[in-house]
Design a protein around this ligand. Structure first.
Ligand SMILES: Nc1ncnc2c1ncn2[C@@H]1O[C@H](COP(=O)(O)OP(=O)(O)OP(=O)(O)O)[C@@H](O)[C@H]1O
Length: 350
């Protein structure tokens, strides 16, 4: 396994060039290329040198400053299967949540806070500009609820200077430029680590091309999963992590899982019209495998225990990838997809 990989320092780039898309366009770069480099759709190793040099020029820094050499130890294990598989969380990254109202973004953030705050992380929520009844659990899981960025800056440079910080900010604070200003000033201070989650209470993010500007990780929510009450409703195809925190084998399994779910979605659409019996043997196989994988990726949350009556569960990354391998390669004929709903790892089912 190659323990090191390179990636673009998007947090730094964003703080140096707040309106990156426009600035990149004016400098003769394609905004889509810059965006794909920031989200990792284009790996940094495949970027044109001209692009990197122009970005460094825009940010008024050296090319070295723009490149992060990442090692896998910076990956944060959440124990949430669909996150650790499709869009893993990495220390010091910025995660954007793209969701309509009621898709579960607040529940997911509360759950991530809940899981990580006992694990050397301190959790902060910046009070959103708009009210939302769904905020209750997130605020409950926040070690600190800040009224403004000034408070957070004081906290980070003083009491929590040597802590790993998780911060939730609403998109309204990104649009107003307050988050950009905060990040810019933060460069001057010594912060151990700051991982930022950008949520969107307005529900408008899915309509925008770049709702939060450049991101390291996208957690996109999926209406089809919500409609089936399959939570967390993380879209398996559009949720991605730029930082390549997976090793080669895990990366292959991630891609195979995506392929399987993409095919399953196609077949489900055909099945709705043509019926199951009209499918070929291969199509039936692909269909049931996809159905099982989708069901396996549902998971009970600790914070939802009072509402669901079901105990939350943590699935270790090693178990997760073993399970994905099994579901993708073995027959598992005796296993009904419905028996995989809201369980932990496969050992708890089989
Ligand atoms: N992991 C989960 N387990 C069970 N139910 C869930 C889960 N995640 C979300 N839900 C369901 O989805 C509903 C909406 O979740 P949540 O309040 O997080 O939505 P939201 O997208 O943040 O919405 P809003 O911004 O409109 O408040 C919850 O009340 C719950 O019924």
């Amino acid at each position: 396994m190659d323990p090191l990989t390179i990636r673009l320092n998007t947090t730094f780039l964003r703080s140096r060039v707040p309106n990156l898309t426009v600035a990149a366009k004016n400098a003769g770069l394609r905004p889509a290329t810059v965006s794909n480099l920031c989200t990792g759709k284009i790996p940094l190793g495949r970027a044109e040198i001209r692009t990197i040099v122009l970005l460094a020029k825009l940010a008024n820094c050296s090319v070295d400053d723009l490149i992060i050499i990442e090692d896998y130890s910076k990956k944060i294990e959440t124990g949430i299967k669909t996150i650790d598989l499709f869009a893993p969380l990495v220390l010091n990254s910025t995660v954007g949540l793209i969701a309509r109202p009621d898709m579960g973004q607040l529940a997911l953030l509360a759950e991530v806070f809940h899981r990580l705050k006992n694990n050397s992380f301190k959790t902060i929520t910046l009070t959103p500009k708009q009210e939302d009844p769904g905020l209750k659990d997130l605020l409950h899981e926040s070690d600190y609820i800040a009224a403004g960025f000034e408070e957070i800056a004081v906290l980070l440079s003083d009491e929590w200077k040597n802590k790993n910080i998780l911060l939730v900010v609403d998109r309204a604070h990104v649009i107003s430029g307050e988050l950009g200003d905060f990040n810019q000033n933060l460069q001057l201070k010594e912060v151990l680590s700051l991982t930022t989650f950008l949520m969107d209470l307005s529900g408008e993010a899915p309509d925008e091309d770049l709702p939060f500007g450049p991101l390291d990780t996208i957690w996109q929510f999926d209406a089809e999963l919500v409609a089936q009450k399959y939570y967390p409703a993380i879209h398996p195809l559009f949720s991605i992590s730029e930082s390549y925190p997976l090793d080669k084998k895990q990366n292959r399994l991630q891609q195979d899982a995506r392929k399987t779910l993409r095919r399953y979605r196609e077949l489900r659409a055909l099945y709705a019209i043509r019926g199951y019996e009209k499918m070929s043997k291969k199509e039936k196989n692909d269909f049931t495998r996809g159905q099982k994988l989708e069901a396996y990726l549902t998971q009970p949350f600790f914070i939802a225990e009072p509402y669901t009556g079901q105990k939350g569960c943590f699935v270790k990354i090693v178990a997760l990838f073993n399970d994905i391998n099994k579901i993708l390669t073995e027959d598992l004929a005796e296993l009904e997809a419905s028996s995989l709903l809201y369980k932990g790892d496969l050992d708890t089912v089989v």
